[in-house]
Design a protein around this ligand. Structure first.
Ligand code: NAD
Length: 456
């Protein structure tokens, strides 16, 4: 599945290689090469989890549920309560899974004593240096480029969640580190799980084979109610602690929801097109989620992306309750339309459905989360190529390009955006560091104002 997935992104990858070679040239990583760790077929693979939240618990269980011996070895989180809850959740979920035959019934796959539980903004380093073979980066995206660089430098295989960064500087850092990872023969997976769903592979293959004719346009959506995140009260938290606790609502940490969530759908469009857009215009704002507890992100974005050959990709993402909800991607061709969903795809010609994928459970989302880990661990055990960082970074950059267009209200060109020297995040690893943004005396954060806000 993994190879198929990489092949299907081949053109993007070739284009990307030119960009990332340039990014790698200035990389501070270039001189810092340590020996990679490789686990042969039957070796126990030790897993370190960085970012012990909802997805972190899932990713850890999936990692230790892959074929062959693997154990959760170390955990790191900014906050101790998060780590404790997460460990309990992993133990419970793993116990449930262990009863199933496919996971081999292993009950000894969690081995995280107190001395391998690390807390704080610098906890990632301790977990990575704890003797683990694979690192799962499931913390807020704003920290990910720094953590990914460190993991690669330490010679670790990596699974990292999407998006892989929150700004163009971070994207460039990830691309550069990915090049170093390749040279070290490290395997890198990215949590864009649609890339591991058979229904997406089938549908995108059919589009490529001409089932809907020549591609004219793409559409993609993540319109839903509120995300599964509620604001944490300020209490006695320092400013940086407050923002990290509420990472979802701060652009420097999450990238805004166009990046944090809608990147899934944008990635599918790039995959179909086998390229990334070259420019974007858009509109957006925060109309309903306006309270100061909601940081500085928008609650809706609508972007018109343009690819180099003029093909358009129309994107919408909205997090407002009570509206039309829709999560999907569509490709329009000269003969017909393909509609793709996490639960399966359908093709229409002349308004009539001419093809659909089987809606079997294995192709659903839970299956895809496990499949992405199965592919990564299989690549580690059997030394197969596994390099998902490149398309993960290009699709993250596409979402950031869209955000730059909606925040500024201007046409934003890929090249200018990608080269932007301004970072919005921080590598701070101590709690007394200053946050990249500060509230006014009323506790409100400056929100982008289209027409006025400069993004480059
Ligand atoms: N692929 C998917 O479908 C999917 C689904 C959900 C989330 N995600 C991604 O997973 C990531 C985490 O999301 P989540 O829903 O688990 O969030 P979460 O808030 O539940 O968990 C994030 C955890 O990271 C911790 N953290 C914050 N800063 C840290 C740091 N510097 N070092 C270590 N830990 C730190 C937080 O304390 C928290 O426990 C995000 O990138 C998100 O986009 C992906």
């Amino acid at each position: 599945m993994s190879n198929q997935c990489l092949d299907s992104a081949g053109a993007s990858r070739r284009e990307f290689l030119k960009i990332s070679a340039a990014a790698a040239a200035g990389s501070a990583l270039a001189g810092a090469m340590s020996r990679p760790v490789h686990a042969a077929g039957g070796d126990t693979i030790k897993v370190a989890l960085v970012g012990c939240g909802a997805r972190g618990a899932g990713a850890a269980v999936q990692a230790i549920s892959t074929k062959g011996p693997a154990k959760l070895w170390a955990m790191a989180d900014a906050f101790s309560d998060r780590l404790e809850i997460c460990l309990r959740n992993i133990e419970r979920e793993h116990a449930r899974n262990s009863n199933r035959e496919r996971y081999g019934g292993a009950a000894d796959r969690i081995d995280v004593p107190k001395e391998r539980q690390f807390i704080g903004l610098d906890a990632y380093r301790k977990a990575i240096d704890s003797g683990a073979d694979v690192v799962l980066l499931v913390e807020p995206p704003g920290f990910r480029p720094n953590h990914f660089e460190y993991a690669v430098q330490a010679g670790k295989h990596v699974f990292m969640e999407k998006p892989v960064a929150s700004d163009p500087v971070g994207v460039r850092r990830v691309l550069a580190a990915a090049e170093v990872a390749k040279k070290k023969n490290l395997k890198v997976g990215v949590g864009l799980q649609r890339r591991h769903q058979r229904c997406y592979h089938e549908a995108i293959q059919r589009i490529g084979d001409g089932a809907i004719g020549e591609l004219i346009a793409l559409r993609c959506y993540w319109n839903s109610a509120a995300p599964a995140k509620s604001p944490v009260p300020r209490g006695k938290l320092t400013e940086l602690e407050y923002q990290v606790r509420n990472w979802y609502f701060f652009s420097w940490l999450s990238g805004d929801h166009i990046c944090e969530q809608h990147v899934h759908n944008i990635d599918v469009c790039n995959w179909i097109k086998q390229a990334h857009p070259t420019e974007a215009e858009g509109l957006g704002g925060r109309q309903v989620r306006t309270g100061k507890e909601y940081g500085n992100i928008f609650d809706h974005h609508a972007v018109e992306f343009t690819y180099a050959d003029g093909t358009k990709m129309f994107s919408q993402c909205r997090q407002i309750p009570g509206c039309w909800n829709y999560v999907a991607e569509s490709a329009h061709g000269t003969r017909g339309t393909a509609n793709l969903y996490a639960s399966g795809a359908e093709f229409r010609v002349g308004g009539k459905r001419v093809w659909r994928t089987a809606r079997d459970r294995a192709e659903g989302k839970r299956g895809a989360y496990q499949a992405e880990h199965d592919a990564l661990f299989d690549a580690i055990r059997h030394d197969k190529p596994h390099h998902e960082a490149e398309y993960g970074a290009l699709s993250t950059m596409t979402a950031i390009l869209g955000r730059m267009a909606t925040y500024s209200g201007k046409t934003v060109m890929w090249d200018a955006a990608f080269q932007s020297p301004n970072t919005i995040t921080t590598d701070a690893d101590k709690w007394d560091a200053e946050s990249p943004i500060l509230p006014d005396e009323d506790g409100r954060y400056a929100v982008a104002v289209p027409g006025t806000t400069h993004v480059i």
